[in-house]
Design a protein around this ligand. Structure first.
Ligand code: ADP
Ligand code: GLC
Length: 475
C-alpha cells in the first residue's frame, strides 16, 4: 500500500514540535509493517538538507495565481530515515531556513500543495492513500475532488490528521485565484467564517480525519479556536488515535544524547548520574528534587503560569526543590522566566532556545516533568518522560488525560491536576516534593513508568486499519 504523508515538519529534517516526531516515526513503523510510505515536505535550507545527498526526480512549473513557479522534487538518496523522503523546492519561495512565520506563509504552503499534486499527477503516480498532516496540507483533499486538473486522482482516499486545532492557516477569499480552476459550486467546502480555512476544509473533505488522541476529538466540539460547530457536525467522521513514540530515538539504554545510559536496573543511580551532569551545568543542587518543563512557551502549554507557580513553590519550600525550564516562545513569558532565574539563582534555571540534545538529557536527569497545558492534542513530552522514568505532572486534558494515570489511582504513575492555575500547579508540585521523600514509592513508580509501552506498533496498526477501510482494493 503506497502512502504519501504530507507535512511541514519531519524529524530529523526540520522540527519545531511533536508534528515532526510523529511524521519522522510513523512511516518507519508503517514500512516495518509492510506498507510503502513516503514523506513529502517543503525544502528548508537546514543542516539535514545541506549534509545529505538528494536526487532531483521531477521538475516542472506550477501556477500560483499569475505567478509561474518553477519547482523541483528532491529525493533523499539512501532512504536513511527508514522511508522515502521527498522535498518540494521552489527557489525564492520554498528554500529558506525557517519552517514558519514568513509573511508569505500562505503562498508557501499553497505552492507546496500544488507542486505535490502536479508532481504525482504528471508522473502518473497512483498512491493508495494521501495522508495530510495539519493545515499546511489541508487543501489537498478538496483540490483532489474539485479541481479539474486532478481528475485522474479524484478518487484517491485521503486521511487528515489534526495535530493542533488552534492553527487553521486561514486566508482571505481575495487569494482564491491562487487555487487552480475549481468547481465553484463547492466553494462552501473551503469556507469558514468568511475566509478560506484549510483546516476546516480538510476536516470536511478528507475521507476520514483523525485527532492525535481520543479525548482531544471530544474536546474539539467545545474548544477549537472558532471551529467548535464544525467539529460538532463532523464528529462521526473523526477517529482519535493516540501518538506513539520512536523507541529507537527515545531509548535510555542507547540514547547518545544523555550523559549516562541506562544499562542496569538501578534506575535511581542512573537517573542521579544524569541529574548531576545537568545540575552541575545549570548551577542546581542534585540532591534536591528536580522539576522540569520542556516546550514551546505559549499560552496553549500554560507557559504563562510557570513563573508565578514556580515562585510560589520556591517561597513555600525554600531550598527544598529545583526547577529547570527549557523552551522558547512568547517574549513576555521568556522575560518572566529570566526574572525568576535572577530572583532564585540557586533553585531555578532557564534555557531559552531550542536544544534537542539538552531535551534528552533533561528527560533523563529530571525527577518530574511539568505540563500545565491548556490544550494538549496528544503531547509527546509526557511519553518521553515516562520512558526515562521521569514522573509527569500533567493537567487532565486531551492526550495527557489519555496517557497519564494519577499515582493515587490503581496502576497509576503520574500526577494529574484539573486547572491551569497557580493553585493547581502548586498543589501538584507539593505532591511531587512529598513523593520524592519516599524513595521506595518513587522507585516503584519509576519501574512502572519505564515498563509502559507507548511504541508506535499499536497506533500504526490503527492507522493501517483505517487505510484499509478506505481502500478495500489494497487489502
Ligand atoms: P508540541 O508539538 O505541541 O510542541 P509535543 O509534546 O507533541 O508538543 O512535542 C514537543 C516536542 O518538541 C518534543 O519532542 C519536545 O522534546 C520538543 N521540544 C519542545 N521544545 C523544545 C526545546 N526548547 N528544545 C528541545 N526540544 C523541544
Ligand atoms: C501538536 C500538539 C501536540 C501533539 C503533536 C504531535 O503539536 O500540540 O499535543 O503531541 O502535535 O501530534
Amino acid at each position: 500500500m503506497r502512502i504519501f504523508h504530507l507535512s511541514a515538519e519531519c524529524y530529523p529534517v526540520a522540527k519545531v514540535g511533536g508534528l515532526a516526531d510523529v511524521v519522522g516515526a510513523l512511516p518507519k513503523y508503517q514500512r516495518l509493517a509492510g506498507l510503502d510510505p513516503a514523506v513529502v515536505m517543503p525544502y528548508y535550507d537546514r543542516k539535514f538538507t545541506r549534509e545529505n545527498v538528494f536526487d532531483t526526480v521531477f521538475q516542472s512549473a506550477t501556477l500560483l495565481g499569475t505567478r509561474r513557479l518553477y519547482f523541483e522534487i528532491l529525493k533523499e538518496r539512501t532512504d536513511k530515515l527508514g522511508f522515502e523522503l521527498y522535498l518540494v523546492k521552489i527557489p525564492g519561495l520554498i528554500d529558506r531556513e525557517n519552517i514558519y512565520c514568513y509573511p508569505d506563509e500562505t503562498e508557501q504552503f499553497i505552492a507546496f500543495q500544488l507542486a505535490f499534486l502536479d508532481w504525482i499527477n504528471y508522473s502518473q503516480q497512483s498512491p493508495d492513500i494521501i495522508h495530510c498532516h495539519d493545515h499546511h496540507s489541508g487543501l489537498v483533499p478538496f483540490l483532489l475532488q474539485y479541481s479539474k486538473l486532478y481528475t485522474r486522482l479524484a478518487k484517491t482516499p485521503t486521511v487528515f490528521t489534526l495535530h493542533n486545532g488552534q492553527y487553521h492557516g486561514a486566508f482571505g477569499w481575495d487569494k482564491l485565484s491562487y487555487l487552480p480552476e475549481i468547481d465553484l459550486t463547492k466553494t462552501g467546502l473551503l469556507d469558514w467564517s468568511g475566509g478560506i480555512n484549510p483546516l476546516a476544509s480538510a476536516v470536511r473533505c478528507a475521507s476520514k480525519y483523525t485527532t492525535v488522541s481520543p479525548s482531544y476529538l471530544e474536546e474539539l466540539a467545545v474548544s477549537a479556536n472558532g471551529l467548535e460547530y464544525l467539529f460538532f457536525l463532523e464528529r462521526s467522521r473523526g477517529i482519535g488515535i493516540i501518538n506513539g513514540i520512536d523507541t529507537e530515538v527515545w531509548n535510555p539504554a542507547t540514547d547518545p544524547m544523555i550523559a549516562e545510559k541506562y544499562t542496569s536496573p538501578k534506575i535511581a543511580e542512573w537517573k542521579q548520574k544524569n541529574k548531576e551532569v545537568l545540575c552541575t551545568h545549570f548551577n542546581l543542587e542534585p540532591q534536591k528534587p528536580l522539576i522540569s518543563f520542556i516546550g514551546r512557551l505559549v499560552f496553549e502549554k500554560g507557559a504563562d503560569m510557570l513563573a508565578g507557580a514556580i515562585e510560589r513553590s520556591l517561597v513555600e519550600y525554600e531550598g527544598k526543590v529545583n526547577f529547570l525550564i527549557l523552551g522558547a516562545g512568547d517574549p513576555d513569558t521568556e522575560e518572566s522566566l529570566q526574572e525568576l532565574k535572577e530572583k532564585f539563582p540557586k533553585d531555578c534555571n532557564v534555557y531559552i532556545g531550542y536544544n534537542e540534545e539538552l531535551a534528552h538529557l533533561v528527560y533523563a536527569g529530571a525527577d518530574f516533568l511539568l505540563m500545565p497545558s491548556r490544550v494538549e492534542p496528544c503531547g509527546l513530552n509526557q511519553l518521553y518522560a515516562l520512558r526515562y522514568g521521569t514522573l509527569p505532572l500533567v493537567r487532565s486534558t486531551g492526550g495527557l488525560k489519555d496517557t497519564v494515570i494519577d499515582f493515587g489511582d490503581k496502576g497509576g504513575y503520574g500526577i494529574r491536576f484539573n486547572n491551569t492555575s497557580v493553585e493547581d500547579i502548586d498543589y501538584a508540585i507539593t505532591r511531587a516534593i512529598v513523593l520524592f521523600e519516599d524513595a521506595k514509592k518513587l522507585q516503584t513508580l519509576r519501574k512502572r513508568m519505564m515498563a509502559l509501552d507507548f511504541s508506535w506498533h499499536i497506533s500504526a496498526k490503527q492507522y493501517m486499519d483505517l487505510y484499509k477501510s478506505l481502500n478495500p482494493t489494497t487489502i
